[in-house]
Write a protein that binds this ligand. Sequence first.
Ligand SMILES: NC(=O)c1ccc[n+]([C@@H]2O[C@H](COP(=O)([O-])OP(=O)(O)OC[C@H]3O[C@@H](n4cnc5c(N)ncnc54)[C@H](O)[C@@H]3O)[C@@H](O)[C@H]2O)c1
Ligand SMILES: O=C(O)C(=O)C[C@@H](O)[C@H](O)[C@H](O)COP(=O)(O)O
Ligand SMILES: [Zn+2]
Length: 371
Amino acid sequence: MAQISHTVHVALGERAYDILIGPDLLDHAGAILGEKFPGCRYGIVTDTEVARAQLPRLLASLDKAGLAHQTITVPAGESTKSWEHVQIVVEGLLAAKLERNDLVIALGGGVVGDLAGFAASITRRGMDFVQMPTSLLAQVDSSVGGKTGINSPHGKNLVGAFHQPKLVLADLSALDTLSPRQFAAGYAEVVKYGLIDDPEFFEWLEANHAEIFAGGPARGEAIARCCAHKARVVIEDERETGVRALLNLGHTFGHALEKDTGYSDRLLHGEGVSIGMVLAHTFSNRLGLAPGQDAGRVAAHLRKSGLPTTLADIPGSLGSTETLMAAIAQDKKVSRGALTFILTRGIGQAFIEKNVDPAKVSAFLEEMRKA
Ligand SMILES: NC(=O)c1ccc[n+]([C@@H]2O[C@H](COP(=O)([O-])OP(=O)(O)OC[C@H]3O[C@@H](n4cnc5c(N)ncnc54)[C@H](O)[C@@H]3O)[C@@H](O)[C@H]2O)c1
Ligand SMILES: O=C(O)C(=O)C[C@@H](O)[C@H](O)[C@H](O)COP(=O)(O)O
Ligand SMILES: [Zn+2]
């Protein structure tokens, strides 16, 4: 029997699903899927590193349950979120003769989840999929909420679809093979939930982050709290017409930096979010909205967790401020040409600010480059 330590329900009417969290879910995935989706065959999408570290557990459990499956393996890393790999995944699903009512499994981090989810959304005009997140980032954020897609040379996540999974299985023991740098990157998105509107959670993280990193019971609790937070927001605003934009705290800056560094190992998504959240707090302070000590406290906690917090922490040289501003101008929150930022009045008091003056953003970035 699978041990399920937490269940979070995402109540989206006919698109509702559960997030199951537990220590050994990949070993029981076959039994869980066989009962929930009788008769289905499975197209597993994973990357080279996860294929080595975690795929054998999933394959063994599907075989034990007698479920038919084919695996499509893509290269690990952010550059795999590309048109080229959408084509490879879609053609792989078709070559495996998976039918519209079969299921795609995304086994991996956010890259595999976003890519496989998008491929599922367009294959045979829409196949269902199951998220099996194996990175901390994917367990607390990307596997939940239905944003899928790829990057473009024009910007981050500019191509995609809203496509909710049918089920999320978050196996806590999968995190045992994740590198410390990747774990820390995922932790930035954990901190994000506290900074948006839950100052008590941020305080709890300050007190418990060592146990979360060490793999104690606080880890599962943190993951469940993040999923519950994200589920609440997604239920209220599935397609980001309003409050869901709060989940983008730190991302306008972060995405521009990811594009500038070529979607490479120079800056992981969570690292960009870490720097972006510090910039969002500091910018809010410069605009007279938030106390300076809050930005300092946020930066101190992220730094203590092994994350970069300043532009100078990014290895190599950055493009010009104009280049960064051009990337920011392609952000999906831009409306009628006006910039939207998630700003804050302090820890746990984020808000959506429309019509932010680009000249102020540009001057702020100039200041931060010299800091
Ligand atoms: N859809 C959303 O709502 C959403 C939310 C947040 C982030 N994202 C996206 O998610 C992506 C980042 O996700 P990520 O941080 O998981 O990156 P990732 O998918 O690249 O995974 C990180 C690295 O860790 C490896 N890995 C993953 N699980 C492992 C395991 N258990 N053992 C060993 N290695 C493992 C992967 O192979 C990869 O090299 C970005 O593209 C970001 O834009 C999407
Ligand atoms: O789910 C959301 O909504 C988020 O904004 C979560 C983010 O952590 C995530 O990085 C998301 O992919 C960013 O969305 P985007 O719309 O700015 O591409
Ligand atoms: Zn993110």
